[in-house]
Design a binder for this molecule. Sequence first.
Ligand code: MLT
Ligand code: MN
Ligand code: ZN
Length: 298
Amino acid sequence: MGLRAYILGAAAGGGLPQWNCGCENCNLARSGLIPSQTQSSICISGNDRDWAIINASPDLRDQVREADMLHPTGLRESPIKSVLLTNGDIDHVAGLLTLREQQPFTLFATSEIHAVIASNPVFDALNPRFVNRTEIALERPFELVTNVIATLYSVPGKVPLYLEGDKVDTQLEGEQTVGVHIQVGNTSAHYIPGCAALTTDLKRRLQGADIVFFDGTLWQDDEMVVAGLSQKTGGRMGHMSMSGPDGSLAAFDGLDVGQKIYVHMNNTNPVLRPDARERRIAEEQGWRIAHDGMEVAV
Ligand code: MLT
Ligand code: MN
Ligand code: ZN
């Protein structure tokens, strides 16, 4: 049995449409002219039966309802055996609150991300009698769920927005933002929903992978500024953009990767429109744009 990966949510924090956003994409999604997308999450299985969720989005309840494979198999039996966090951002942790209800599962994260969760008493709603919080060291393989070996590694990023101080290192490499290597049999995949730069080390790591799911937050670094929505660039948010000389399209050019799939798209990203020129450019360079319900099986 091989790897199955199913996109629960393809959008970045806020989702598409975002509750308070009147940008072009959000308006198109609201009127049903382009597909809506929920917030950043994927689930993984190595045996078609047991599933791990990577990142618990605020939309988790709806995402589970839409995903047949995650439905209960008995009165209080869930195929969701574990949850892994790649950072402490709200779009990746708020869904943990949906997972209360005395259901056993393992919560995997680095010690620094666990410390962020532990310092917020609202997460004590996850009863320790049922939810096993397991700290994972970087570069140490562990069993994420049956048949799935995962390894966490640091990627350039930053602390969660709500923990930012006066000075923010947006290229921090440590335990606050990680990528995940996923191995099922001979199949090798990476899930990297947030990444500020594709370093030489990271390129070397991704070389030869069967699948890479990668940070597709923005098309263009100043996209939200130009749209009049925010003063923040992608760089300031700890996300490298798709286009431009420092973008991911250029950085992946020449890398040997089987399938390249963008995830975590911000609602301003033009690639969310099926007919956008920018989407065609990404597709011509071998990328696919994830959408809710997309499944990749190898
Ligand atoms: C991000 O990916 O930059 C964060 O999810 C932003 C946020 O917390 O809203
Ligand atoms: Mn995010
Ligand atoms: Zn919008």
